[in-house]
Design a protein around this ligand. Structure first.
Ligand SMILES: [Zn+2]
Length: 295
């Protein structure tokens, strides 16, 4: 199982010379579900459709996308790539788009179309070429290609329904929570269950402790809380993503130094657009030393 990070920015794209190395596109992660990650494999699952989705075509060798796209929520930085991705907007694409609608009685495509139709945008979702299905994300588990199990649960954020995901396939596991008003004491319940013991946690890393007031006002996490929570939840390693749009390459370099490990020693990585992350079971030696340290 491999992740290809296509967009690691939160809120709005970040163009310009200060954002070149970590990348400026908004949230999008392509997932290769095959256990061995052979070179001929293609991504069959996409988390979120921010502007990073436009880069999907590079992974498909000129072919059309066939697979699932699951949205954590419908804020602009998670949907704006949908009409700007030639690999999904073509006659031979086959896409199942899953989006959370909370308790809204409207159909999923109607909910999506509220922000994706004239006068907000020239076309509505039915104007996308190819074969599209629009499905509601409900709390619980669905089965995807290759027997992958995708579990969704509501996550506190701000302004409309938001969910986090846990993916389990071929004995590997990851959790994806890009926008999360994290209560570090929140270990029990469905959010804690999404994250418990995963090999890789891809998580909201938008704010520092100095910015805690902004983080809670906008429904986001504070990095130090994320790392403590990751230790409490027993994850293998942490990938911090959804970087604030003002966060320069130099600042993210300083985060890489400051946040290299969790308090209990788990590896922490600052997500970078274009990189590939292998989801491996945690190294047994690491697990043993972490459990000896009481975490
Ligand atoms: Zn976001």
């Amino acid at each position: 199982v491999r992740l290809h990070l296509l967009g690691v920015r939160g809120s709005t794209p970040a163009p310009g010379p200060n954002f070149v190395r970590y990348g400026g596109n908004t949230s999008c992660v392509a997932v290769y579900l095959d256990a061995d990650g052979g070179p001929s494999a293609l991504p069959e699952l996409i988390f979120d459709a921010g502007t990073g989705l436009a880069g999907l075509g590079r992974l498909l060798g000129g072919g059309a996308y066939t697979g699932d796209i699951v949205l954590s929520h419908l804020h602009w930085d998670h949907v704006q790539g949908l009409p700007f991705c030639p690999a999904v907007d073509r006659d031979d694409s086959v896409v199942r788009l899953h989006l959370p609608v909370g308790d809204d009685p409207a159909s999923p495509v109607e909910v999506l179309a509220r922000g994706f139709s004239p006068p907000h945008f020239p076309i509505d979702p039915h104007g996308l070429r190819g074969s599209w299905e629009f499905r509601a994300v409900r709390p619980g588990t669905i089965t995807l290609a290759g027997g992958a199990a995708l579990t969704a649960a509501p996550v506190p954020h701000k302004g409309g329904a938001a969910v986090g995901f846990r993916l389990e396939v071929a004995g590997r596991s990851l959790a994806y929570l890009p926008d999360h008003l994290l209560d570090p004491n929140h270990l029990a319940g469905s959010v804690g269950a999404l994250v418990a013991g995963v090999d890789v946690l891809v998580h909201d890393g938008q704010y520092t402790p100095d910015e805690a007031a902004v983080a809670s006002a906008y429904g986001h996490a504070v990095i130090d809380d994320v790392l403590a929570w990751a230790d409490a939840c027993g994850v293998g390693r942490v990938v911090l993503t959804h970087h604030a749009p003002s966060r320069s390459d130099a600042q993210l370099d300083s985060f890489a130094a400051r946040y290299a490990r969790t308090g209990a020693g788990r590896p922490v990585h600052i997500a970078t657009e274009g990189e590939v992350i292998e989801v491996r079971a945690a190294d047994p030696a690491t697990v043993a030393s972490l459990s000896r340290s009481g975490r």
